[in-house]
Each structure stands twice: as structure tokens, then as C-alpha cells.
Design a protein around this ligand. Structure first.
Ligand SMILES: *Cc1c(COP(=O)(O)O)cnc(C)c1O
Length: 370
């Protein structure tokens, strides 16, 4: 079956539709290659690299329209490392987590295992939906997730009408979905999703309240130096990181931030996402063998689309043929265990390529016989 050759007219120009790592723009990689003798292989303590970190910090402040007093903080280890750091330096005693997929579950698990924190309160929804917001006076921190990458469910970021730090996993939404800085205290993400960069880094947009919480917990609670957000804040202010960062990741993040700003920022990216969602969910609604996994259109992600296939069509057979033809990473999230495909629709992904992708899926299903 893998020898089936998809006609050229149905083949996307770029076959990368992963949900992270996601497509990196070839132009950005060429720009990186153009720095061949001046950037990679130079010290991250010197201006050549620090100026790139500065571009990231000023670029993101502008892209997210951060009010005065907010800071762009960054460090090594990705969003997964940030969960550990948040357990030490953002959650005072007890957090409340919305859990509706594998990533939001992982953060709640980190907190449950932390011996110095109370067990978290967890508000769950069946995968494929998100729970309704709640308020809980006992919570000193609300752990939100803007886009559950494992299920393709988006949930608006909004501050509950009680005290408590609002800490948001924005990893697969940041840079593509609007968010209002007054609604969060820490909005963190890794750059290998909507920011079309490489992984290994976390970025957190921090409000004055988050910065204050970091200070006060640093005065009272030990943390491993690598996870100490007070150090990360101090280093970021100097356009540095605690230890050596991946310089390619920094370059690609700076490049993509400026690329987004040139196009009209998050408003442009959100429009791209709406049009991409129109293509993919529109197709899934029409195709007799497919339907959107997320039933409520209001909860459907505009960056990661999950599409269930009919039992008569094995998703693994479809993705196998696609992969053999250079169309990669549309397999569903491994832990979800559904007959499903998952399509990354981040700003770097061309809308014409998405049209060709869904046409290619139709064609492949016809060939393998539903
Ligand atoms: C990918 C992802 C993560 C994990 O990011 P890493 O860089 O691999 O640590 C966390 N949360 C969400 C929502 C993600 O999509």
C-alpha cells in the first residue's frame, strides 16, 4: 500500500503538518545558514547572541502587546521544564487545573507529586471538549491551557473573578491565537509549535503579580538552580539564559516573531488560523468517512485539527501512504488511541498546502478502498 504514489497535483509543496515540532520555514533556515561564520559557534554571553535574545524579548512584548511592567522571561528545557519551575516558584500551596488532554494532565501530575504543595484541584472534561470555568477561593494559582495539542481543543484564556495567579500553557496557541495580557499572569510556551522554531526553550510572559510571586517564593522555598525562576528573570533582563541555549532555536524564534509582526501580528495569524480551520474542518464535515473529533465548533482549535476517521478506514494505513509520499506527522497523539488524524495548521503552514493535503487524503482513501 505504501507504494501508492500520490499525483503531483495533490501533493503539498511542503509536507510537514506536525503539531510540534512543526514546519520551520525554509526561508528562516536559509537566513540562519547565511550567518554561517558569525552566529552559531559564538558565545551566548556576547552581543552577537544577546542581541538575538533582545530581539525575541522586544518582539514578543510587541506581538503580545504586553503592558508596562510585564516581562518576557526565558530559559532552557521547554514547557515541560517550566511545569517543574512553576511548581517551585509560581504555586504557593494549592493550584486548580483544567485537565482535558495529555499536556494539561502532565502539569497536574507534576504538582500532585511535589511534596511541598497540596494536592491540586482538578476540573476535568472528557477528551474532545473542555470544562466550564470555575472559581475556587482556596486556589492560589489557576493552571489553564490555551490549546490542548493532544486533542485539538481550544479554551479561551480568561481570569476568574477571584484572587489567584493565572498560569497558562500557551504552547500550541502562542503566536497564532489572540490572548489578552490582562487575563493572565504567566503565559508560557515552547517555540517549536506556532513559532515555527526548534525546541529546547521555554518562554514565559510574566505580569507584575507573577514576578512578585516568584520573588516571595524565592525568599521562602528552596529550588534547584535550573528551575529557579528568580534566576531566569535576572538572566533574561540581561538577555541571557542560566546555561548555554540552543542558538539555532533563538535565531528561528526571533525570525518568526518578526515575520509575524511584519504580516500584521496575531490578528493576521488568527485570520490564517480561521481560514485553515475552514479548510480542514469544512472538509472533515463533508467527507463521508471523516468527522471533526471536537463536536462543539466553538471548542475547535485553529492551530491543531483532530479528525476522526470511520472504522472502515484505518488512520494508520492513510498516514502510512502519506508518509511514504513525504507528507508527515499527521498521526494522532500517541496517548489518545483513536482512529484519527491530527493536522498542524500553524501560521507557517501554507493554506494551499492544506487544501492539497485534504484532497490527498480523499484520494488515498479512494485508493485503499473504504
Ligand atoms: C508540546 C507541548 C508541551 C511540551 O513542550 P516541550 O517543549 O516538549 O516541553 C507542553 N504543553 C503543550 C500544550 C504542548 O503542545
Amino acid at each position: 500500500m505504501e507504494h501508492i504514489v500520490i499525483p503531483a497535483s495533490l501533493r503539498p509543496a511542503d509536507g510537514r503538518f506536525g503539531s510540534g515540532p512543526s514546519k520551520v520555514r525554509p526561508e528562516a533556515l536559509r537566513a540562519l545558514a547565511d550567518t554561517a561564520t558569525t552566529y552559531l559557534g559564538t558565545s551566548h554571553r556576547r552581543d552577537g547572541v544577546r542581541s538575538v535574545v533582545r530581539r525575541i524579548r522586544t518582539g514578543l512584548a510587541s506581538l503580545f502587546d504586553l503592558p508596562d511592567g510585564h516581562e518576557v522571561v526565558l530559559g532552557n528545557g521547554g514547557a515541560t521544564a517550566f511545569w517543574d519551575a512553576a511548581a517551585f516558584r509560581l504555586i504557593e500551596r494549592r493550584s486548580l487545573h483544567y485537565v482535558f488532554g495529555e499536556f494539561s494532565r502532565k502539569f497536574a501530575d507534576v504538582v500532585r507529586d511535589a511534596p511541598f504543595l497540596d494536592d491540586p484541584m482538578v476540573v476535568e472534561a472528557p477528551f474532545g471538549a473542555h470544562p466550564a470555568p470555575v472559581t475556587e477561593p482556596e486556589a492560589d494559582t489557576y493552571a489553564l491551557i490555551h490549546n490542548e495539542t493532544s486533542t485539538g481543543v481550544a479554551m479561551a484564556v480568561s481570569r476568574p473573578p477571584v484572587n489567584g495567579l493565572v498560569v497558562v500553557d500557551g504552547t500550541s496557541a502562542a503566536g497564532a491565537v489572540p490572548v489578552d495580557a490582562s487575563e493572565f499572569d504567566a503565559y508560557y510556551f515552547s517555540p517549536q509549535k506556532a513559532f515555527a522554531a526548534d525546541g529546547g526553550l521555554w518562554v514565559a510572559l510574566c505580569s507584575p503579580a507573577a514576578l512578585e510571586r516568584i520573588e516571595s517564593l524565592a525568599a521562602t522555598r528552596w529550588a534547584p538552580p535550573f528551575l529557579d525562576l528568580r534566576r531566569a528573570v535576572a538572566d533574561s533582563r540581561k538577555d541571557q539564559t542560566l546555561n548555554t541555549p540552543a542558538l539555532a532555536t533563538l535565531f528561528l524564534l526571533a525570525d518568526q516573531t518578526e515575520w509575524l509582526l511584519e504580516r500584521g501580528g496575531i490578528a493576521w495569524a488568527a485570520d490564517h488560523g480561521r481560514r485553515a480551520a475552514g479548510i480542514v474542518y469544512g472538509w472533515a464535515e463533508r467527507a463521508p468517512f471523516a468527522k471533526p473529533f471536537v463536536r462543539d465548533p466553538a471548542m475547535r482549535s485553529t492551530t491543531v485539527a483532530t479528525v476522526d476517521l470511520d472504522d472502515s478506514v484505518a488512520a494508520s494505513a492513510v498516514t502510512g501512504v502519506l508518509r511514504a509520499n513525504g507528507i508527515v506527522d499527521v498521526e494522532s497523539y500517541r496517548g489518545l488511541d483513536r482512529n484519527q488524524i491530527r493536522i498542524g495548521m500553524f501560521p507557517a503552514v501554507d493554506l494551499g498546502d492544506l487544501e492539497r493535503l485534504v484532497a490527498a487524503v480523499d484520494w488515498v482513501v479512494e485508493q485503499i478502498g473504504a
